[in-house]
Design a protein around this ligand. Structure first.
Ligand code: UN1
Length: 494
């Protein structure tokens, strides 16, 4: 069943500065439905460099009051926002699908996840907030307390238009920081939804500012002298650029960047479970997750059987209108993303890859102009191939065979990235070896490489990430700094 769009005309884009929704004065910007790019989802004018100054000034002014607000009171705002987001999950999930292209089930699931994240941090006031150490001196205790870092610049990607913003903004706010946020220009509508939820939940003016625009706005935030910390998720190229300019200013950065995540299927794996999970990891969200499975390593004893079943399943995957309940893969986000992914598939062919499977594309009709890429599985023979090393951020899975478990784990580590991995085995000893040998920030044993719970650390090893991990208590390391207090009584000891 195809749901009809609740958006009968493009939503006007607005920016939130100092508690006011304003139209921008910059370049024209519009977001389109990637399944039917002639449909404009939201449009308006980008923010300008002056808007960045105004927003940072507002965030700076709001800082002291917000930091002095008791954490439980700050949490109450996040909990109220969570309720608003949850209440609107079906509608905003469909908006997300229309603007980003992931399936409706994933869109609605993502909005619910944003609510869950807001709730997790909304309850932070009920948790331990610091540490006490013993002192080597009589009559003294040593306390470690936490303070907000100040004004945080937050830059978020297109692929989780509400969940990733929530998992950066919620911890920033609960620990008493104020925020200037620039979402990806391809998904402004969901950004407006989240900012509006927080605003109507009672967030004071200036505590969260939303500026929609291109990389010039992102750069202006990153380079602004009054911005005290930057949290970024996105491409490795931009992440490294942000990190170097922030380092030059002496400002901390949390950057969550690329992944080239492997699924390792060992001889003794439950093949049905592994096929199902590898498919989810590689093709959900059309492979546009930094945690997506883009490499598959199969040991020789199971390889033929496993790859045959995988290929059969890929051939019948349904790529199409993401608002249709039967669709398994929507489009990728933009024409340029499709170009890059398609070029990557073509380059692989010239570097010795064999196509093991290629799914179907939607035919002519209303989706003819959509940015669809057929899900593709490519087997490599061991010669160097870019599809093995470079993140394509699309529904493309590169496969290599390994003689045994040790060789398979070595191939899993054969990447400059180390975000996530999945290992399929029923043998506890091999699972424990995977924990010991595979160098990643997130390891799944017998589940797909993507997915992240709000209460546990998330982030990569090697070149996938910089700075403290995200989510759960780990987020506190980035969004606060500590004061070590040597605490003694004021009277002279007898
Ligand atoms: C997930 O795997 O569900 O950009 C979350 C990304 C990651 C989030 C992945 N920061 O894809």
């Amino acid at each position: 069943m195809t749901s009809s769009s609740p958006l009968s005309s493009p939503v006007p884009l607005q920016h939130l500065i100092d508690g006011q929704w304003i139209a921008g004065g910059g370049d024209r910007l519009h977001s389109v439905n990637p399944a039917q790019p002639r449909i404009v989802v939201a449009e308006g004018d980008s923010a300008t460099a002056d808007d960045v100054d105004t927003a940072v000034a507002a965030a700076t002014r709001a800082g002291a009051g917000w930091a002095a607000t008791p954490m439980h009171q700050r949490g109450a705002v996040l909990l109220a926002a969570a309720a608003i987001v949850e209440r609107n999950a079906d509608d905003w999930g469909l908006d997300l699908t229309l603007e980003e292209g992931k399936t409706k089930a994933e869109g609605i699931g993502e909005v619910r996840r944003a609510a869950q994240i807001l709730r997790y941090y909304g309850n932070e006031g009920d948790r331990r907030s610091g540490d006490i150490y013993a002192s080597p001196r009589a009559g003294e205790q040593i306390l470690v307390t936490r303070k907000p870092v100040g004004v945080v610049g937050i830059i978020t990607p297109f692929n989780f238009p509400i969940a990733i913003p929530a998992w950066k903004i919620a911890p920033a706010l609960i620990y008493g920081n104020t925020v200037v946020w620039k979402p990806a220009g391809t998904v402004p509508l969901l950004a407006q939804r989240l900012a509006a939820a927080l605003s109507s939940a009672g967030l004071p003016a200036g505590v969260l500012n939303l500026l929609i625009g291109g990389t010039d706005i992102g750069d202006a935030i990153v380079n602004h002298p009054e911005v005290d910390a930057i949290s970024f998720t996105g491409s490795t190229t931009i992440g490294r650029r942000i990190a170097s300019s922030a380092a030059a200013r002496g400002v901390p950065v949390q950057a969550e960047m690329g992944g080239k995540n492997a699924a390792v299927v060992l001889d003794d794996a439950d093949a049905d479970l592994a096929v199902e999970q590898v498919m989810l990891g590689a093709f959900r969200s059309s492979g546009q997750k930094c945690t997506a499975t883009s490499r598959l390593i199969v040991t020789d004893g199971i390889a033929d059987r496993f790859l045959t079943v995988l290929a059969e399943r890929v051939h019948v995957l349904r790529t199409g209108d993401p608002t249709d309940d039967a669709t398994q893969l929507g489009p990728v986000v933009s024409a340029s993303a499709r170009r890059t992914i398609t070029a990557g598939i073509e380059a692989a062919a010239t570097q010795g890859a064999t196509t093991l499977a290629r799914g179907r594309l939607p035919g002519d009709g209303p989706l003819a102009d959509g940015y669809f890429v057929a899900p593709t599985v490519l087997e490599l023979d061991g010669r160097p191939a870019d599809v093995w090393t470079d993140e394509l951020f699309g529904p493309v899975l590169a496969v290599r065979r390994a003689a045994d478990t040790a060789a398979a784990f070595e191939l899993a580590n054969d990447s400059e990235f180390g975000l996530s991995a999945a290992v399929f085995t029923q043998d506890l000893t091999r699972a424990l070896e995977a924990v010991e040998h595979i160098d990643v920030g997130v390891l799944h044993i017998n589940s797909e490489s993507a997915g992240a719970d709000p209460h546990v650390p998330f982030g990569g090893a090697k070149k996938s990430g910089l700075g403290p991990k995200e989510q759960g208590r780990a987020a506190r390391e980035f969004f606060t700094h500590t004061t070590t207090v040597y605490l003694r009584g004021g009277a002279t000891r007898p």
